[in-house]
Design a binder for this molecule. Structure first.
Ligand code: ADP
Length: 394
């Protein structure tokens, strides 16, 4: 069979995934073969090419099976993408069950299933009965494997996100509805109770407002993430603005806010970098602790070489309650909060550091938190300089 004939046969099978592309180009199979394969064919003076050779050229993971489901061939992509797991996947009960449908009348079917070990992996297997002309030897079923784990993770994250956000909004909303009913009924003639309830209602309403603002900020940060920032951030300028914004909050809580910054510049979105520093200083204020000690928060700026790249580091330090080491790796996940702190667990939604991370990803920057329980926390925000040559360094 010639290459062109084989391509036409493949086209007639209606194979899944990347094979579709081959179908469209069927007649030109010879031209799209890489040089080495073409050279080999010209050398032997024949234009025949095996099904296995074609499958090895595909960008999809492809496996040939016999009628009992035993693997007869796996292409290069299948080995690379699934490695040792390939055997387990092809022996999976869902694959056998799907294979039983291939009786000649039904020539294509598929199965999707979840492998839980060693890591959760969602795999889709599309099965096609090969037409006789291609089913040489015992192999007569083609399986195209697709790893759907990423799509699955995104879907799960999205549904978790909606569940969390609606739960966080429903709780204060239920409280508000309860207080309104009480104010209309039992507390209608009780001015003292009315004042107390109105105070609680105002607090709940601002909590809801804060959540909505943070959700919008997070979605803005995500939307911008793939657009490179165009502005120039002057470190002294942004640190001064942060000081102006939060100076009175710190003074009201009797917290000393110290800022030290020279006028060094890096590329970046000024508004977003201010947002990052405001979030970090607000956290330092929020988690200052209530044991009556003098709390200091500082924002400093230094030039720093990180992994061979020059840049500028903004450091926000506090001597507050600190964070236990087991929480550190998860702090930038959405809605992640350190629970079990009396009087503090209700103060935020666990979105602030997720926003920080998205903004720094957009800036190609780095974010690091180091902390010790009872001693305080240090947040390092590093932004790279503009197109400077790589230097050796930390
Ligand atoms: P939140 O809105 O809950 O503050 P963040 O994402 O900003 O959300 O922070 C996540 C968690 O990290 C907080 O709930 C808090 O427990 C902890 N945290 C962040 N910054 C500090 C800090 N400076 N000191 C102590 N704990 C902190």
């Amino acid at each position: 069979m010639t290459g062109a004939e084989l391509a036409v046969c493949l086209a007639s099978t209606g194979l899944a995934g990347g094979l579709t592309g081959w179908m469209a180009r069927g007649k030109r199979l010879r031209r799209v073969l890489p040089g080495s394969v073409r050279a080999r064919r010209e050398e032997v003076g024949t234009s025949s090419v095996s099904l296995e050779e074609v499958l090895d050229l595909l960008p999809d993971a492809a496996v040939l099976l016999d009628g009992h489901g035993a693997m007869r061939f796996a292409n290069v992509e299948a080995g690379g993408a699934f490695g040792d797991a390939l055997g387990t996947i092809m022996r999976y009960p869902a694959v056998f069950a799907a294979m039983r449908h291939l009786d000649g009348a039904t020539v294509s079917t598929s199965a999707e299933f979840v492998l839980e070990v060693p890591v959760r992996r969602v795999v889709r297997v599309d099965l096609r009965l090969l037409p006789e002309v291609l089913a040489t030897g015992p192999a007569h079923i083609l399986a195209i494997l697709t790893d759907c784990s990423e799509r699955d993770a995104v879907e799960r994250m999205r549904s978790d996100f909606v569940a969390y956000a609606s739960h966080e909004l429903r709780t204060p909303l239920t409280a508000l509805i309860g207080f309104i009913e009480t104010l209309r009924g039992p507390a209608a003639d009780d001015p003292a109770a009315q004042q107390q309830f109105l105070g609680i209602m105002a607090a709940q309403a601002s909590r809801m407002q804060r959540l909505i603002e943070q959700l919008l900020e997070l979605s803005r940060a995500e939307m911008l993430e793939h657009r490179k920032p165009r502005g120039i951030v002057d470190a002294k300028h942004v640190v001064d603005l942060v000081r102006d914004e939060l100076g009175s909050l710190c003074a009201a809580r009797d917290i000393e806010l110290e800022t030290i910054a020279d006028s060094v510049s890096v590329p970046g979105d000024v508004e977003q970098i201010i947002r990052v520093l405001v979030n970090l200083v607000e956290n330092a204020v929020k988690y200052a602790g209530a044991d009556g000690r003098h709390v200091r928060v500082s924002v400093t700026v230094e030039k720093k070489i990180l992994r061979g790249r020059t840049g500028v580091s903004f450091v926000v330090r506090d001597n507050g309650v600190g964070i236990a080491p087991e929480h550190l790796p998860r702090l930038t996940e959405r809605f992640y909060r350190v629970e079990g702190r009396r009087g503090m667990s209700a103060s935020g939604y666990g979105l602030g550091l997720a926003i920080v991370r998205h903004i720094l990803d957009r800036h190609d920057g780095c974010f690091e938190i180091t902390s010790r329980i009872g001693q305080g926390t240090r947040c390092d925000v590093w932004l790279p300089s503009l197109r400077e040559p790589r230097l050796s360094g930390s």
